[in-house]
Design a protein around this ligand. Structure first.
Ligand code: NOJ
Length: 512
C-alpha cells in the first residue's frame, strides 16, 4: 500500500457544489484550488473529486462521454493539472473518480456500438444478439438503433454496461473475459488510468468496482480483472491509491485495492449508526451499534485483520448527518469516524454540519440525493460565498434557513463542530494506532446499550476509545489502566473495580 494512505484523511468534493469562481452557478477546478488551504487547515491531506469528465450529466457525471477531457463547466485539463500541482505543493493527494462499469449514451464508443454494421466498438458493450432477447436480470435498452439486440445497462437506463465479459458463459451472445471485446475494454480503461496518473492524479475511487464481470456470483472474474489492474499499477504507478466502491473488502482487497468503503446499503449496518429512526449517535440513547460491530468484525476476520474499510461521514448518495444528528451528536459521530481504521472520508460541508434539504426537485439524476448535494456554505456574502451568479442560476438551491451553518462562523467559534473535527484529526495524525492500518478490537458493542468501546493498536501503542452519545451514564466491564487521556469531549471516564463508568454525552481516547 502506498505510504501516503496510512494517515490519509479524505475530503470528498462534489465539484458542482463546492466553489464557483466564474459566476456560472456551478463549482469549478479554480474554486477547488482556491479552497485547498481551507481543506488543509481542517487537517485533511487527501481529496476525492466526484467525476469531472465530459458528460451529459444524466447522473451528475457518472455517465461519462469522454474519459480524457474535463467537463468544460469545471475548466480544462490544464486547470485540472494545475489543481494536482497546487494540491501536491500543500501535501494533499488527489483521487479522481473512475467510472469503469458504464458510459453515457453519448460516448462515441456507444454511438459506434449501436450501429448494425460490425466495427471496432461492436463488442465494447454488452448486447444480446436479437432485439427480443433481454440480457437476463439486468435492465436493458431496446430499439434505440437499428442494431438487432438489446444492450444491458449497469445502473440507470442512461448508463449502458461496458463489456468485460462473462465469468460463466451461458448464451451465445455472452463473451468470456478473455475474448477480444472484453480484453479491449479493459485495455481502454487502463489507458484512461494511465492518462490521468501521468498528468499527476494520485489514484482513483472506483465506481461500482464490483460490477464489471457479469454472471460472476462469487466475483472471481471481477477479482481476477482487478488483479490484472494491480499488476499494471505495480509496474507503472506503484504510488497510485485505489479505493473501491464494493462493500466486500475480502473481495476488493483480494483484487488488489488498497481500501474499500462501508456502503450505506446492504448488510453493513452503517445506517444504524447515523441514519435510522433511532441512530446510535442520537442523544436519545435508543440506538444499537451491535449489528455494525458484528458486520465489521466479520470483514476484519475475512481480511486477516486488515480492516481497510473506509467509513464516510456521508457522500453524494446518502442523506447528510444533519439534521438527523445535531450539536454534540455530530461531534460524537466524528469522534467515531476519525478513530476507526481505514481512511476517513469527510463529505464537503459535513464538517460544518450542513443540512440535508428535504423535498428538492431532482437535479441531474440526483432524485432523493439532491438534498445532500447543495452548494457549500462558506460565509455570509451572496449565495453564502459559493457563487456570484444570480441565485436562480445556482446548480442546486441553498439552505435558506437564517441559522444555516457557514465555514466562516464555525471557524470563528472554538466550540464548533469544525474545531472539534480539527482536534480529532490532529489526534489521529499524532497516533499511528488511530490511523488506517492500526488494529481494532471491539471491547463493548452490545445490543441496545451504550457506550461503544474499542481498542486501536499499532506496535506498542494501544488506545481505548469510549463513545457515549446518550444522555445517560453508562458502564461496561473491563480492567483498563489509562496512562494518558489523548482526547476528551464531555466528562472523563472512571476506571476501576473491573469496570469503566462513562458520563453521559462523553467521548474519550485513552492510552492504555
Ligand atoms: C455510485 C455512485 O456513487 C452514484 O452516485 C452513481 O449514481 C452510481 N454509482 C452509478 O455510477
Amino acid at each position: 500500500m502506498p505510504k501516503w494512505l496510512d494517515n490519509a484523511v479524505f475530503y470528498e468534493i462534489y465539484p458542482q457544489s463546492f466553489c464557483d469562481t466564474n459566476a456560472d452557478g456551478i463549482g469549478d477546478f479554480q474554486g477547488i484550488i482556491k479552497k485547498l488551504d481551507y481543506i488543509r487547515e481542517l487537517g485533511c491531506n487527501a481529496i476525492w473529486i466526484n467525476p469531472c469528465f465530459q458528460s451529459p450529466f444524466g447522473d451528475a457525471g457518472y455517465d461519462v462521454s469522454d474519459y480524457y477531457t474535463a467537463a468544460p463547466r469545471y475548466g480544462t485539463n490544464e486547470d485540472l493539472k494545475q489543481l494536482f500541482k497546487a494540491a501536491h505543493e500543500k501535501n494533499i493527494h488527489v483521487l479522481l473518480d473512475l467510472v469503469p462499469g458504464h458510459t453515457s449514451l453519448e460516448h462515441p464508443w456507444f454511438k459506434e456500438s449501436m450501429k448494425p454494421e460490425r466495427n471496432e466498438y461492436t463488442d465494447r458493450y454488452i448486447w444480446t444478439d436479437n432485439i427480443w432477447e433481454r440480457p437476463g436480470t439486468m435492465d436493458c435498452l431496446r430499439a434505440i438503433s437499428q442494431r438487432n439486440g438489446a444492450c444491458a445497462v449497469n445502473f440507470f437506463s442512461n448508463q449502458p454496461a461496458l463489456n468485460y465479459g462473462y465469468y460463466k458463459v451461458e448464451k451465445s451472445w455472452q463473451q468470456p473475459v478473455d475474448a477480444p471485446g472484453p480484453r479491449a475494454t479493459l485495455e481502454a480503461m487502463k489507458d484512461v488510468m494511465r492518462f490521468w496518473l501521468r498528468m499527476g492524479c494520485d489514484g482513483f475511487r472506483v465506481d461500482m468496482a464490483m460490477s464489471l464481470v457479469k454472471n460472476d456470483p462469487e466475483s472471481k472474474g471481477t477479482i481476477a480483472l482487478w488483479q490484472e489492474v494491480r499488476r499494471f499499477l505495480d509496474e507503472e504507478f506503484p504510488e497510485a491509491g485505489m479505493i473501491a466502491e464494493w462493500g466486500e473488502p475480502d473481495k476488493s482487497l483480494a483484487g488488489g485495492f488498497h481500501m474499500d468503503f462501508l456502503l450505506h446499503g446492504g448488510p453493513s449496518h452503517y445506517d444504524d449508526l447515523f441514519r435510522c429512526e433511532e441512530p446510535f449517535f442520537s442523544s436519545r440513547g435508543k440506538g444499537d451499534a451491535s449489528g455494525f460491530a458484528e458486520h465489521y468484525r466479520y470483514y476484519m476476520e475475512k481480511t486477516g485483520g486488515k480492516g481497510l474499510i473506509c467509513i464516510p461521514s456521508g457522500n453524494h448518495d446518502t442523506a447528510r448527518l444533519a439534521p438527523l444528528l445535531q450539536g454534540d451528536e455530530l461531534k460524537q459521530a466524528f469522534a467515531f469516524l476519525l478513530s476507526m481504521p481505514g481512511a476517513p472520508f469527510i463529505y464537503y460541508g459535513d464538517e460544518i454540519g450542513m443540512r440535508y434539504l428535504e423535498g428538492l426537485t431532482s437535479v441531474e439524476g440526483g432524485y432523493n440525493r439532491t438534498g445532500a448535494r447543495t452548494p457549500m456554505q462558506w460565509d455570509h456574502s451572496v449565495n453564502a460565498g459559493f457563487s456570484a451568479a444570480p441565485k436562480e442560476r445556482l446548480y442546486i438551491c441553498q439552505d435558506e434557513a437564517a441559522d444555516r451553518p457557514t465555514a466562516e462562523d464555525q471557524m470563528a467559534d472554538e466550540n464548533s463542530l469544525y474545531h472539534e473535527i480539527r482536534r480529532l484529526i490532529a489526534v489521529r495524525q499524532a497516533h499511528e494506532a488511530l490511523q488506517s492500518n492500526g488494529g481494532i478490537e471491539f471491547v463493548y458493542a452490545e445490543e441496545k446499550t451504550y457506550p461503544l468501546a474499542y481498542v486501536r493498536s499499532a506496535g506498542e501503542e494501544k488506545i481505548l476509545v469510549v463513545l457515549n452519545p446518550s444522555m445517560k451514564e453508562a458502564a461496561f466491564p473491563g480492567d483498563f489502566k489509562p496512562a494518558e487521556t489523548l482526547y476528551r469531549f464531555g466528562g472523563e471516564a472512571v476506571f476501576g473495580g473491573g469496570k469503566v463508568s462513562v458520563p453521559a454525552n462523553s467521548a474519550g481516547f485513552y492510552r492504555i
